[in-house]
Design a protein around this ligand. Structure first.
Ligand code: AMP
Length: 397
């Protein structure tokens, strides 16, 4: 079975074609600048790479080009479009409308449109990509795979805000979380690596990238997560503030003369480690800055690790124990000082951290960075969100 995974943004469309027997990526690539002058598709497959500099006025043309690349004489990996058994679409937000991966029908598309206001930058773009795929591949089953599904098991006491319950009911304002496919993948991989079933383990998964979220996974299900109604909540991130007192937001808006929407843009784009350091949102720049003695770069790194640690500790308390901490995504997989600062001082929980293993080169495999006799295992696990989308789509079929 071959599954095409599609991740559509407003002007981009990334894809992977995955063979489900071997779980190998047969081809992958992305269209950039859809609807903008200078659009192009960078495609890999069959051991080769090709750039298609074609005009892509819309997502339909983009997906047609992707299929051309998959069928291409040199880098193509299929002989006919019929070899694609299904398409799995990544959807950022589900609201309370969808709890799990869902097969696309006309009714499902109508319901998907109701989620647009929850993720105005992402969900309308994903729906555009979905409709384009349906037009080009009308007989191929399509599935929606939600970033939020893995968090749908959170209990009410974890996902509710302390607001008027009627407002939650009427407007759906609650915590939904994000990065669910990644948390799900690394938690399952951790269990496999440790030779246990997911039911036996209490895991804190730390997805630390440009957007960062931490989840408590108890017995294989998510019981809490750090992101909220939107991915602005939780720890401070590249440019996002993370959690902040709502009254401070109102105060700042007044002082800066910003309206509601500008204020949310400020919190999303001008804050986080970029705002604290005044240097960059990229942890590579922060590490380099701190090494040269830039105190604000060091402060940004310290704040980030402190806030992640705070979630690790509180989630151990929530689960009544801890067997494993997992680090994943750009920062989690590549920034040793963050992992060390998060785990330092957690000996009381049973963490015996190995600084030596932590500093070993990233070879893309699962790495254990706790000492052999550590009660709590600390693992680095490369995430693979596309594979989860493909697996969920295949399971649905
Ligand atoms: P992601 O959103 O998972 O792609 O993560 C992106 C962030 O990870 C970047 O902004 C960097 O801060 C960090 N990152 C990615 N690669 C590296 C690396 N090789 N070394 C240090 N940090 C990295």
């Amino acid at each position: 079975m071959k599954i095409l995974v599609v991740n559509a943004g407003s002007s981009s469309l990334k894809y992977q074609l995955i063979d489900m027997e071997t779980e190998k990526v047969l081809a992958k690539g992305g269209c950039e600048r859809i609807g903008i002058r200078g659009s192009l598709l960078k495609a890999k497959g069959n051991g080769g790479e090709k750039v298609f500099k074609e005009n892509m006025p819309n997502h339909k043309v983009a997906i047609e080009l992707v299929l051309d690349a998959l069928l291409d004489e040199e880098i193509g990996v299929i002989k006919s479009m019929d070899e694609i058994d299904a398409v799995g679409h990544r959807i950022v937000a589900s609201g309370e409308y969808f709890k799990k991966t869902t097969l696309v029908t006309p009714e499902v598309i109508t319901t998907l449109e109701k989620t647009f206001e929850l993720a105005p930058l992402h969900n309308p773009a994903a729906a555009t990509g979905l409709k384009a795929c349906i037009e080009v591949m009308p007989n191929t089953p399509m599935a929606l795979v939600f970033d939020t599904s893995f968090h749908s098991t959170m209990p009410e006491k974890a996902y509710l805000y302390g607001i008027d319950y009627n407002d939650y009911k009427e407007f759906g304002v609650r915590k939904y979380g994000a990065h669910g496919t990644s948390h799900k993948f690394v938690a399952a991989e951790a269990a496999k690596y440790l030779g246990k079933t997911p039911e036996e383990l209490k895991i804190v998964t730390c997805h630390l990238g440009n957007g960062s979220s931490i989840s408590a996974v108890d017995g294989g299900v998510c019981v809490d997560t750090s992101m909220g109604f939107t991915p602005l909540a939780g720890v401070l991130m590249g440019t996002r503030s993370g959690d902040i007192d709502a009254s401070a937001v109102e105060f700042l808006a007044r002082k800066k003369g910003l309206n509601h929407s500008d204020m949310v843009t400020y919190l999303n784009k001008n804050c986080g480690v970029a705002g604290i350091s005044g240097v960059s949102s990229d942890f590579r720049d922060l590490c380099a800055g701190a090494k040269k003695g830039n105190e604000r770069c060091q402060l940004a790194l310290d704040m980030f690790a402190y806030q992640v640690k705070r979630f690790v500790g509180s989630y151990a308390a929530v689960m009544g124990g801890l067997d494993c901490i997992v680090f994943t995504a750009g920062i989690g997989e590549n920034t040793p000082c963050v992992r060390e600062d998060v785990c330092k001082g957690l000996e009381f929980l049973g963490v015996k951290f190995s600084s030596k293993a932590n500093k070993a080169k990233n070879d893309g495999s699962i790495r254990e960075i706790s000492k052999g006799n550590s009660k709590v295992k600390v693992l680095i696990i490369p995430t693979n969100e596309e594979l989860v989308i493909a697996r969920e789509t295949a399971e649905l079929l």
